[in-house]
Design a protein around this ligand. Sequence first.
Ligand code: ZN
Length: 248
Amino acid sequence: MLDQLKCLIEYQKIEDKRNQLMRSYEEGPRRIAELEKEFEYFEVQFLAKKEECDTAKETHRGIEAQLEDLRARMVRQKTRLGEVKTNKEYQAIQKEIEDTKKEVSKNEDGALELIEKLELLVREVAELDTDLAEKRAVLEKQRAVLEREGGQFQARLDRLENIRQKVRERVNPDLLKKTDFLFTKQAGIAVSSVENGVCNVCHMNIPPQKFIELQRDEDILQCPHCHRFLFWPGHEGYCISREDIDSI
Ligand SMILES: [Zn+2]
């Protein structure tokens, strides 16, 4: 068992775990932004409906005020009717009263129609208001969960970083330099297992002689194609994690 190779396998596992944690860590704010966007969409619907309802209420108040004026006009017209002296005047005021009556009737119809619409709008606004309150509660709850998880992620990353540093200290400087270079250049993967003579990362065949050498476990070898460090999982020791990374 080559201790240095074992360290590299360990190092690779730590890097994998770190990348996985980083992805989850970045996922949190993205999820919150998504939920906020969803909430804003419903809030816009609610505000539009509320505005429609407020406008209808205002129109209704306008019609009611107009009706009040018309009724007051009719009272005045009836008073004048009692005071007229000629038949011609009497007929003229009668005509005015008829016109006022027609206008009252028209406005009453309009008010009635509007009241029906208003009742529907008030109900819709109330429903949307309830929906929005529920959505706000869900958003706040999820935000709290994600923020709490975000804090935990940081602690997990810190724990992992401790283990990472310890492993790095165990790798000899030349090998560490090569490994870090591979992490940067080879998409975060510097170490690969070989199974059935094939590199598990680049999926290319390892020359048979090299595969035999690898199984002999005497030297640290690199894939001739992707240059990653190779190990053969047939050696049990290379599959055991010394630190319990998986539980972080
Ligand atoms: Zn390879």
